[in-house]
Design a protein around this ligand. Structure first.
Ligand code: RB5
Length: 148
């Protein structure tokens, strides 16, 4: 992982629509050697995704975790919510290529996934690529700075 925050801690959160995928990705993170900060939800019962996406974005923005992973049914609601926070660049990814580019070009610090959109194997692949790919900097650093 790169320069930001606490490098070994990855925060993860979901709503009910992403609960099963969150559970699987939590196990994957542990097996990859990361400490996991699980911010819920803690059951498949219906909840409101902004509550969990805001909590995760705050944890990453405050440096409690170096990176974050958010899952909802589509990945859309959690990414929209997280991107309201200053310093958060949440990328909604659907495959390894978008996960790779989100790091190389956008220095994304939050990975957003849709449990109803992609399969578990693709999600695990996105996670691994997201965590292992460095930001390229250079012209991309100038563009990321312009995001504000
Ligand atoms: C919940 O049904 C669903 O709306 C939510 O998980 C997410 O897809 C919202 O963007």
């Amino acid at each position: 992982m790169s320069e930001d925050g606490n490098k070994q801690v990855v925060a993860i959160a979901s709503d009910h629509g992403g609960y099963e995928m969150k559970t699987a990705l939590k196990e994957e993170l542990s097996s990859l050697g990361y400490a996991v900060l699980d911010l819920g939800t803690d059951s498949p019962d219906s909840v409101d995704y902004p509550d969990f996406a805001h909590a995760l974005a705050e944890a990453v923005a405050q440096g409690k975790a170096g990176r974050g992973v958010l899952v909802c049914g589509s990945g859309i609601g959690v990414s929209i919510t997280a991107n309201r926070h200053s310093g958060i660049r949440a990328a909604l990814c659907h495959n390894a290529e978008t996960a790779r580019l989100s790091r190389q070009h956008n220095d994304a610090n939050v990975l957003a996934l849709g449990e109803r959109i992609i399969g578990m194997d693709v999600a695990r692949e996105c996670l691994k690529v997201f965590l292992e790919t460095e930001f390229e900097g250079g012209r991309h650093a100038r563009r990321v700075a312009k995001i504000g």
